[in-house]
Structures are given as C-alpha cells and as structure tokens.
Design a protein around this ligand. Structure first.
Ligand code: ATP
Ligand code: MG
Length: 225
C-alpha cells in the first residue's frame, strides 16, 4: 500500500463555527493507481490533497506513505519525502514571477547534482506539454493555461512516485486538456501514481481505468464504476 488515510479529519473555524473540510476520510491507494476525486467547490478537495502531501496537519487521523506516518517524521524527513517522491500540481499555478519557465521547472532540482541532465529532461517535458519554445519566457508572458502547463511540467521533473494534482486542467481548452490527460496516462502506464481532484466530471469519465470517488462536505465516497 502506497498511501493510506485513516480517519483523516480537518476542521476550520469559519466565523466561529466549525467547518468539516475533511471528515473522517479512509482511503487506500496502491502504487500505480489513477484516482480521481470529484467534488463541488468547497467540498474539501484541496484540503484532502494537502493532507495527503503533508502540507497540512490533520486534527485527527493519519496519513501513511509506504507505512510511514507523515507527521511522525522529523520536518527534515518529511520535506525530503515530499521533495523526492511527490509532485504537486497546485490549483493556482504557483510559478515564481521573477524566474523563467526553465528556472521554474528546475526549482525542485535545486539540490540535485546533475544540472545538465536536468535541463535536458526539462526540455523533454516542456515539449510534452507543448511549450518547447517558451523556456526563456517569464510567467507574466504566458497565458493562464500555459502557466498551468509549466506547473505540470515542474511536477514531473523529479520523477516522483506520485503526482497530486489539484484541478490540473482548470484553465485549459478541451484539446489541451486531452493532451495533458494523455500525458498523465503515459506516466501512469510507466508506474506513476496519480491522485487528481477536480469538479470536472468529464475528466473522470474519460480517464480509462481510473478509480473514482466523490467528495461532499468533507465526506469521501466511492463511485460506482
Ligand atoms: N485555511 C482555511 N481557513 C478556513 N477555512 C478553510 C481554509 N481552507 C479551506 N477552508 C474551508 O474548508 C472547506 C473546504 O475547502 P477546500 O479548499 O478544501 O475546498 P475545494 O473542494 O478544494 O474547493 P474548490 O473546488 O473551490 O477549490 C471550505 O468550506 C473552505 O471554506
Ligand atoms: Mg480547491
């Protein structure tokens, strides 16, 4: 078992009332799976992803990655785990405005010892997301969808075991969305595990072999195939 969420719960106080953003979620994900979690705005998708990725602490429950509990590790081990094994695609493209496309993509590789190899790989991935000619552009020179594709490229650079993707095709037209989902499928076929959260039910319908869940008011439930 690669990822296991046990009774995972996160509440926020909103105007003095508790909101169950993630409510007692139990979820097991095996290596190589493609999981899609569908839910309306505010249903807890982003919160669940950040709990799985160790970016948010749960109020209750656990997240185990390969049997190791996220929050029992030292900060250092947790960061190393995140950096080397998990690729994040954030809901809002999180590029650094003062860095070029190439520099943004290479950010997760800051401590790597093979800069030339990394550049070559970054170029390959940039071509895969259809931005081969934009490596020297700055984020402000790109459209929203192009920025999102850079963020997707960045999530692949350290060859993570698992990609956590938050509304990855949000600003993309249908054709580009298809390209990105095909890219996900290719990486998935090579063994990368995917957890994709979205409100786009199309995405679940078109992703072959995906295990689909729905989320509502923090509660996760399996969807019939
Ligand atoms: N930092 C926070 N402080 C207070 N409330 C929060 C915080 N983050 C999330 N929430 C609340 O938790 C609930 C779930 O939010 P979350 O961002 O996980 O939803 P979502 O499914 O990702 O929505 P969207 O599709 O709009 O991105 C919402 O009611 C939201 O207001
Ligand atoms: Mg969200």
């Amino acid at each position: 078992m690669m990822i296991e969420c046990r009774e995972l719960t996160k509440t926020y106080l909103v105007e003095k009332k508790p909101v169950f953003a993630v409510d007692n979620v139990n979820l097991s994900i095996s290596r190589g799976e493609f999981v899609v979690i569908l839910g309306h705005s505010g249903s807890g998708k982003t919160t669940l992803l950040s709990l799985i990725g160790g970016l948010t602490t749960p109020d209750r429950g656990q997240v185990l990655v390969d049997g190791e509990e996220n929050w029992q590790q030292s900060d250092n081990d947790l960061s190393t785990m995140r950096n080397s094994r998990i690729g994040f695609i954030f809901q809002f493209a999180s590029l650094i405005p003062t860095l070029t496309v190439m520099e943004n993509i290479l950010l997760p590789m800051t401590f790597s010892l093979n800069p030339a190899g990394n550049r070559a790989m970054a170029r390959e991935i940039l071509a895969e997301v259809g931005l081969a000619d934009r490596e020297n552009s700055f984020p402000s020179q790109l459209s929203g969808g192009q920025q999102r594709r850079v963020a997707i490229a960045r999530s692949f650079i350290n060859q993570p075991d698992i990609i956590l993707a938050d509304e990855p095709t949000g600003d993309l037209d249908e054709e580009t969305e298809r390209d990105i989902l095909d890219l996900f499928s290719r990486y998935n076929a090579k063994g990368t595990t995917f957890v994709v959260v979205t409100h786009n039910s199309n995405l679940a319908a078109t992703q072959k072999g995906a295990r689909v869940f729905s989320m509502s008011q923090g509660v996760l439930s399996a969807q019939a195939a």
